[in-house]
Design a protein around this ligand. Structure first.
Ligand code: J9Q
Length: 231
């Protein structure tokens, strides 16, 4: 998978050199490329924003640098790329969306500042490829960079070969729509707290049943919105 990031803060993405994503890049499974949007600015000051038509606070990102930068990333062939625009006004990101996006061959993250990118950029590129506005959640960030990083990790780890043991992918939180069960390791006693007896019993059926019950209890308590009829 090719992943492009367009941002005025390319150094934010230096962390993608490390950890799982970094290893997948070294192994050639993920081809992550970060572009400074200012390289596509049209003036000596490398201006990328301007005041909003209609008035209001803050600045809006100008369409021309985005247009030229995304043109360059798409190339001239009809593209199967997906342009992802992190924005609090987007679809809520979740594991289902991460799975779906992990099937794409080319993702382009367009990281804008809070007041956003001139709407015509999304409107134009939607005629040439998929454009998806995506929100990480209902809170304020200063720009799309941190949201893009979270999505790159969530999507990238689902690309075949990125995570060594594929079993660890499906056993995790959210893949079955429930929160994870609590985990314990040695020692069996710590600060007057015991590991639950069932986990030391060697009874694998009882352990599986206990873990399922813990998942349901946790989800009921922390995230009742996740519970459905099937659960
Ligand atoms: C771009 N607040 O916030 C939550 N998910 C995405 C965002 C966001 C933001 C500002 C700019 C994305």
């Amino acid at each position: 998978m090719r992943i492009d990031v367009l941002t005025i803060f390319p150094e934010f993405f230096d962390v993608l050199d490390v950890s799982l994503v970094g290893k997948a890049r070294e192994r050639g499974i993920l081809n992550v490329h970060v572009t400074n949007l200012r390289d596509y600015a049209h003036d000596v000051h490398r201006t990328v924003d301007d005041t909003p038509y209609g008035g209001g606070a803050g600045m809006v990102m100008k369409p021309e640098p985005w247009g030229d930068a995304i043109d360059a990333l798409l190339g001239d062939s009809a593209s199967d790329a997906v342009v992802i625009v992190p924005t609090p006004a987007g679809h809520l990101f979740n594991q289902v969306m991460a799975r779906e996006l992990s099937q794409a061959s080319h993702l382009i993250f367009a990281c804008g500042r809070y007041e956003g990118i001139d709407q015509r950029v999304s409107d134009h590129f939607a005629t040439r490829c998929r454009v998806v506005p995506v929100s990480l959640g209902d809170y304020v960030l200063n720009g799309g960079e941190v949201a893009a990083m979270a999505m790159i990790e969530a999507i990238g780890r689902l690309v075949p070969g990125v995570v060594g043991n594929p079993e660890s992918l499906t056993e995790e939180s959210h893949e079955d729509g429930l929160l994870e069960y609590p985990s314990y390791t040695k020692p069996a006693q710590w600060r007057d707290l015991d590991v639950p007896d069932v986990l030391l019993s060697g009874n694998h059926g009882a352990i599986a049943a206990w873990r399922r019950e813990q998942q349901l209890e946790r989800t009921r308590e922390m995230r009742p919105d996740l519970l459905t009829e099937e659960h």
